[in-house]
Structure formats: C-alpha cells, structure tokens
Design a protein around this ligand. Structure first.
Ligand SMILES: Nc1ncnc2c1ncn2[C@@H]1O[C@H](COP(=O)(O)OP(=O)(O)OP(=O)(O)O)[C@@H](O)[C@H]1O
Length: 257
C-alpha cells in the first residue's frame, strides 16, 4: 500500500530551485534511501514533507489523503516524524525526560486532569514512563536514563533523537543523516538498529545518509538527487553502478568518500 506520496513537488528559494518536480511513492514497510551530494535538496524534501517549508508546487498525500499545507504538529500527530541533521535535544534535561517530553504528544488526558492529579492522568503518566524506559532499552540507552542529554557522546545523542521520534508512535520515520559523526563500528550497529526498529514498530523509513556502506546495506530502494533533480532511482546495486550517480558524486568526491 502506498503510504506517503509526493507528486511533482517543487521548492524554490528566490531564484534557486532546491527541489524540482520530485516524485516519491513510499510503500508501507519500505526502507528507502535518499542520497545525493551536499546541497542536492535532500533535507529540503524532509522540510517539505513536514511542512517546515511550504511547497512552491506539487502535492503530498499520506494514507491517500492530501496533507499539503497541513500544520507541522498535525503532520507529526498523523504519524510522520523526523530526526534532524543537527541534533535537537533538550541538552539540560535527562535522557529519560527527553523521551517523556516526546511521549506527551500522544498523552490523552487534559491539562486540567494533570493539574488536579486525576487518576486517569496518573495512570497515563506511569504507563508513559514505562514506555519511555522500554524505548531507551530498545535503543541501548537505559543505563544513561539519568544522565543529562547534552553530556552524552554524539553517537548516543543521535540514538536518543531516534528514541524521541519513536515515542510519538510514528508510521513514517524520516531519518536525516543518523550516522553523522559515528565511527564505522557504530555505523554498522546503527544499521542493525534501524532494521530492528522498523520491524518492531512496523515503520516505513526514508533515510538521508552520506555513509554509502550503510545506505547500500540496509535500503531496499534508493533515490538520488542532484541539484534538486532526481537523477536515478533503483536497487542499491543499480545505483552503485549508475554512471550519472558516479558523475554527480565525482564533483564532490568518491561515492564512498
Ligand atoms: N531556507 C533556505 N533558504 C534558502 N536556500 C535554502 C534554504 N534551505 C535550503 N536552501 C538551499 O537549497 C539547496 C538544497 O539544500 P538542502 O539542505 O536540502 O541540501 P541537502 O541535500 O540536504 O545537503 P546536505 O547533504 O549538505 O545536508 C541548497 O542550495 C541550500 O543552500
């Protein structure tokens, strides 16, 4: 089933066309890679899906419904959640508190019940703590629960970002360079983790990543952008040998740089 569909999406910033006539049909359960040299338009695609940027042209459908122009928080509540290239955690809060703040997006009880400590709210709070702890465990972060998020090494902060995204119970997870700053060993482990969470949480994933070994290993399908234009789309082995892709990357370095 088609879960997320982008139809002829274009984004212009003044005279610059950052994304041009972009199409995507993300099937339920897929893990698709979005790659391309620096400035190709990858993050802009995420910003368009989440309506951080409004579209210049085109249409976005989620579960068959037109979500073009829907407010960012409503898109998240509908089930499309992202992580950021530049980590966005509450550095002063603990690891557990960071996940709890994300869980609140799903909390049903009202502010009124929260203030007066009604039983329904207390129950939800307790269940939420349990859920947050279980998420930390899934991501191997349970022993850092009380640590300040900002004090964690970079690789663990990236995992915490993923935990926060999962806390909102997404259907589609948009991962923006989750391996940035990780060493090869951590990147390998991250690949296994992405596959594990996809299965466990029945996710559909769109992955922006510069680490080609990670992309080629875990993605079923890859889309390549260059200067905002889709220059190739296909299986990892097709992309690896595609002359247009190799040329696009040659301008900025080797595909596996
Ligand atoms: N808010 C903005 N205002 C003006 N130009 C922008 C804005 N956001 C992005 N751009 C431009 O759009 C183009 C695509 O940027 P984008 O960040 O989407 O690329 P990217 O493929 O994610 O690059 P990278 O791999 O370096 O993160 C770039 O030329 C960038 O400078």
């Amino acid at each position: 089933m088609s879960l997320l569909k982008l139809e002829q999406v274009t984004k212009r910033f003044g005279g610059l066309t950052a994304v041009s006539d972009f199409n995507l049909d993300l099937q339920e359960g897929e893990l698709v890679g979005l790659i391309g040299p620096n400035g190709a338009g990858k993050t802009t695609v995420f910003n368009l899906i989440t309506n951080t940027y409004y579209l210049s042209e085109g249409k976005i459908l989620f579960e068959g419904k037109d979500i073009t122009g829907l407010k960012t928080d409503r898109i998240a509540a509908a089930g499309i959640v992202r992580t950021f290239q530049n980590i966005r955690l509450f550095g002063e809060l603990t690891v557990l508190e960071n996940v709890l703040t994300a869980c609140h997006l799903r909390l049903r009880s009202s502010v009124f019940s929260a203030v007066f400590g009604f039983p329904g709210y207390m129950r939800e709070e307790l269940a939420m703590r349990e859920k947050a702890r279980s998420l930390l465990k899934t991501l191997g972060l349970e022993k850092y629960e009380r640590d300040q998020a900002g004090s964690l090494p970079y690789g663990l902060q990236r995992k915490l970002e993923i935990a926060r995204a999962l806390a909102t119970q997404p259907k589609v997870l948009l991962l923006d360079e989750p391996a940035a700053g990780m060493n090869p060993e951590e990147t390998l482990a991250l690949g296994a983790l992405i596959l594990k969470i996809r299965k466990e949480f029945q996710l559909t994933i769109l992955l922006i990543e510069h680490d080609m070994s990670l992309v080629m290993t875990i993605c079923e399908r890859i889309i390549v952008l260059d200067h905002g234009v889709t220059i190739a789309e296909g299986l990892p082995e097709e992309i690896q040998n595609n002359p247009d892709v190799i040329t696009a990357y040659l301008g900025t370095g080797d595909l596996y740089a």
